[in-house]
Design a protein around this ligand. Sequence first.
Ligand code: ZN
Length: 292
Amino acid sequence: MTYDLSPRPLNPAPKTPPMTWPNGAKSALFIGFDVDAETAWIGNNPSNVDRMVTTSHGGYDARVGIGKILELMDELSLKGTFFTPGWTALAHPAACEGILKAGHEIGHHGYLHKLPERERLEEAFEEIDRGFEALQNVLGVRPVGYRAPSGENFPELLAYLAKSGIRYSSSFRDDILPYRHASHNGIAGPVEIPVNFAFDDWNFGMSSRTSPRPLFGREAVLPLWIDEFEATHDWGGVTTLVLHPQVSGRPMRWHSLRDFLRHVQSKADVWIATGQQIANHFEACEAVSPSI
Ligand SMILES: [Zn+2]
């Protein structure tokens, strides 16, 4: 494979013209969870399947994490989006049904959490198809939102997602407002609800034998999240969370997340919405504004 390294914007999506949030809100909060379970450990490293302690990081999701996160969301009367790999739904149907029954949105997060690679198109497309199939069979849902497993994407995959009925993606890191993807030949893709890597709990709270990282406690994470949220709020953007029950469903992190969410809720002018609600709102703005 040869690579086209010619200078050009590598994401051809047009910029978002000024847009407002519903109900006079100044900014939006999108609470997104990635229910990776064991797929985070076996999707890109299949030999880990026989390493029970390594995969037990992901096993925390179904045993403890998902339930504790649902408890928190219920306590605070919040709804979020749970991006769920198809494998997770098949392996842990009861835990995933609990998410659905609690009224949260289910999003697509691949089948086995494989990093999408442009050099293996067929495999990347198969991950999409199998993910849809599993979520349909286990939960009876066909998601409209997609977060890329391991956070990667490329033009053919964006086009395949749009063709498959995906209306929004939430993986890119290049904006603080939603925008509409476009291919280099101008064909519209899904809406993007961009993420801020500062709100990915894996960066602060996951360490393992095979991937040792420094761990950061509440005194580091909570002020970082509050400061970043407040600044995003001032700029009128969307604060997108990338949380994992196997991280934020741990005892200390659960309390930090609770304190962060309560901080956001203490402000009257934040629109807290699921990915689908944000995509709906963006599409409504598009419909009335030819400049979007
Ligand atoms: Zn994931």
